[in-house]
Design a protein around this ligand. Structure first.
Ligand code: IPD
Ligand code: CA
Ligand code: CA
Length: 266
């Protein structure tokens, strides 16, 4: 697909995603306790996640006939065709259910094996972050860039605390402890897609988390890269989409942040 076609698809997809965001916004505060299911430990879901996904699948499938889906709630057959949408209909479900203001819709388009377009729509602030291959990254029509922070002591770091897989908690808190003592601070906002979008636009200098799924980060990956940042697995490689671990960081801090994470998780 040409860069121009990707751009067009990105604009059309944004309209769909914002409509789904509007639905989620309207449902905030309306989900009762008995409408919440536990898919697994602390992995919550309600009709809002599922309906949002169904809306996305229907509209994105019409936008790109023949495309396939990898989607968190599996409301559609999961298939890997040439064009595959990777969808998290509501990233930050726990925040949404507790009426905390950070949750998003995250949609990426994978072509064969590469993520070529991504959109993260943070619903509360009506902020749409997006990028397509070769086109740069944007927030609500304005180009965005990662920070140029070069000293760890001047950086702000985002993370996700383990809440389900405690298998690497000691390693995690080794890295956490180092960042806590050697940066301006650490934030846990509760939507990995938003954490990555915030790295892309320079609100955070870096983000790290383990236990992530492809739909949490697929859109964020291309947005960070197109904004001039780097994305790694914990060994500094590129096994992040399905590797359940990720570091997203600006160029200047890449070596140092990676070194800290590598050492903690070795
Ligand atoms: C979660 C959020 C959270 C992150 C978890 C994700 P969900 O996604 O992105 O920030 O720490 O790893 O599972 O369940 O709200 O879609
Ligand atoms: Ca998610
Ligand atoms: Ca989700």
């Amino acid at each position: 697909m040409s860069t121009d076609d990707l751009e067009k698809l990105c604009w059309n997809s944004q309209n769909i995603i914002k409509q789904v965001g509007q639905f989620i916004r309207e449902e905030k505060g309306s989900v009762s306790q008995n409408q919440i299911e536990d898919k697994s430990l602390n992995s919550l879901v309600s009709y809002v996640d599922k309906t949002a996904e169904e809306m996305l699948v229907k509209a994105l499938g019409q936008l790109l006939p023949g495309s396939t889906f990898l989607s968190e709630e599996e409301t559609v057959e999961q298939k890997h065709g040439r064009y595959r949408w990777i969808i998290d209909p509501l990233d930050g479900t726990t925040n949404f259910l507790h009426q905390l203001p950070c949750f998003s819709v995250s949609v990426a388009l994978q072509i064969i094996d590469e993520i070529e377009m991504g959109i993260v729509y943070e619903v509360n602030n009506d902020e749409c972050f997006y990028a397509w291959r070769g086109g740069g990254a944007y927030l609500n029509n304005s180009p965005i860039k990662v920070t140029q922070t070069s000293e760890l002591k001047d950086s702000l770091i985002a993370t996700g605390l383990p809440y389900q897989d405690f298998g690497r908690e000691v390693e995690y808190f080794t890295a956490f402890n180092y960042f806590m003592k050697n940066t301006r601070g650490i934030r846990r906002f509760g939507s990995a897609a938003v954490d990555m979008a915030y790295v892309a636009c320079g609100r955070f200098d870096a983000f790290f988390e383990y236990g992530l799924n492809a739909w949490d980060i697929a859109a964020g990956i291309i947005i960070v890269k197109e904004a001039g940042g780097n994305v790694f697995d914990f060994k500094g490689g590129d096994e992040f989409l399905f590797g359940k671990e990720m570091v997203a960081v600006n160029e200047q801090l890449s070596d140092e942040v990676l070194q800290i994470v590598k050492q903690a998780f070795q």
